[in-house]
Ligand binder design. Structure first.
Ligand SMILES: Cc1cc2nc3c(=O)[nH]c(=O)nc-3n(C[C@H](O)[C@H](O)[C@H](O)COP(=O)(O)OP(=O)(O)OC[C@H]3O[C@@H](n4cnc5c(N)ncnc54)[C@H](O)[C@@H]3O)c2cc1C
Length: 371
């Protein structure tokens, strides 16, 4: 056995980095292990939208947590800047979901109404109002839901800053070191084994994204699947006001002088390839939203694997049968939004045994087979 830690965090994407940071900030001795470079999987591949009012329907029990997660950024961004000197590229300005056919109008208007009734800011823009915001919008656009409090962030910079701050707080990071097993003795976590060593610990946090189910020693099967998302980056169309635009299964997200275009939702195992079909869907869909996209220069394309559960909500909380085993995984399409708040929740659970946030809809037990 080599060194021992208060807690071992398994996986250094945004969720692991946020958990390590929050725990280390309270003085815990933390080791974060990543089998590759932290931030190199889904957290590096994402689009960085903080868009709960588009990504989450009003009747989804995760919505209150997602709204809180968005508002926590107001504190997090300046704090990371002050502590690490890193500007994480956070921008407000809202997001817009465009109705591109008559059948999309009523459901979006219903979301505007339901969100308004919950006290959230949401507006219906008719075509004229939409054209004032986005003069280049496509001819099929009939109107849009506008969520002015939605935001966006550079997820690559953010994940790196969270990890750097975790290290400043004293967390240790072992990169290119794959965790192989959570060692459980008499229903308690006693160690985490990696390809190199065995680390003694009484707490382990599973933050290995789409790879979480393959850790040995887990007392239950985790219903998480990799869902591939392809992305491309093109030049932002000159003269078009910047803003986040969602259309039918696609979105356009400004980043510096460029536009991130995404994304597919594909069950393709762990293959991170981009394909003509996938990128074709993205280019066609985003050009329907903003026709000027079609003639822009393509800079790069890539794909990442979202860790997705059957109901799209993450697994956050304790294992009910093993003391010291915590889950913070399965964040699907919303891990950049929910990652930093998940870190705070894990800190509360590991150090205080309870959290003030309502995570009942994220319990791992919701997937237990009933006899
Ligand atoms: C194309 C795309 C666009 C997206 N856009 C958005 C968006 O706009 N907004 C949003 O909120 N979310 C978005 N998401 C979702 C978001 O990226 C994910 O939910 C989030 O990054 C998950 O973070 P994570 O830390 O759980 O997983 P990951 O970032 O995948 O990190 C898991 C880490 O665990 C490591 N690991 C795996 N196995 C082991 C092991 N055995 N031992 C040690 N380490 C291990 C991996 O190397 C990896 O670094 C998008 C995702 C994709 C793919």
């Amino acid at each position: 056995m080599s060194a021992s830690y208060d807690c071992v965090v398994i996986g250094g994407g945004i969720v692991g980095a946020a958990a390590a940071r929050a725990l280390a900030a309270r003085g815990s001795r933390i080791l974060l292990v990543d089998r590759a470079m932290p931030g190199s999987e889904a957290s590096g591949a994402a689009a960085g939208m903080l868009a709960p009012q588009i990504e989450v329907l009003a009747d989804d029990p995760i919505l209150p947590l997602a709204i809180t997660a968005r508002s926590r950024y107001a504190e997090l961004v300046p704090e990371l800047h002050r502590r690490t000197g890193v500007n994480v590229g956070y921008f407000g300005g809202g997001s817009v979901q465009v109705a591109l056919g008559p059948e999309e109008v009523a459901p979006l208007q219903a979301q505007v109404g339901a969100q308004g009734a919950m006290g959230l800011k949401a507006e219906w823009l008719d075509r004229a109002a939409l054209l004032r915001r986005h003069p280049g919008i496509g001819p099929a656009a009939l109107g849009a839901l506008f969520a002015p409090d939605d935001a966006r962030v550079n997820n690559v910079t953010l994940t790196a800053a969270l990890l750097a701050d975790a290290v400043r707080y004293g967390a240790e990071v072992a990169d290119h070191e794959e965790a192989t097993e959570i060692v459980i003795t008499a229903a308690r976590v006693t160690a985490v084994a990696t390809v190199r060593r065995r680390y003694g610990t009484s707490a382990a946090v599973v933050t290995a994204g789409a790879w979480s189910p393959s850790l040995r020693g887990l007392p239950r099967a985790l219903p998480i699947e990799p869902v591939r998302g392809q992305m491309a980056i093109v030049t932002w169309p000159a003269g078009e006001p910047v803003g986040v635009l969602f259309g039918r299964h696609v979105y356009i997200v400004p980043r510096a002088d460029d536009a991130l275009l995404g994304s597919t939702m594909e069950h393709a195992g762990f293959a991170k390839d981009t394909t003509p079909d996938g990128l074709g869907q993205i280019f066609t869909g985003t050009a329907a939203l903003l026709p000027a996209i079609a003639s822009q220069r393509i800079h790069r394309s890539w794909a990442g694997l979202r860790p997705v559960t059957p109901d799209g909500r993450p697994l956050i909380g304790p294992d009910p049968e093993v003391a010291g085993l915590w889950y913070a995984t399965g964040h699907g399409r919303k891990g950049i939004l929910l990652g930093p708040l998940t870190g705070e929740i894990i800190r509360d659970l590991v150090l205080d045994g309870a959290t003030g946030w309502d995570i009942s809809s994220c319990a791992v037990t919701r997937f237990d087979q009933r006899p």
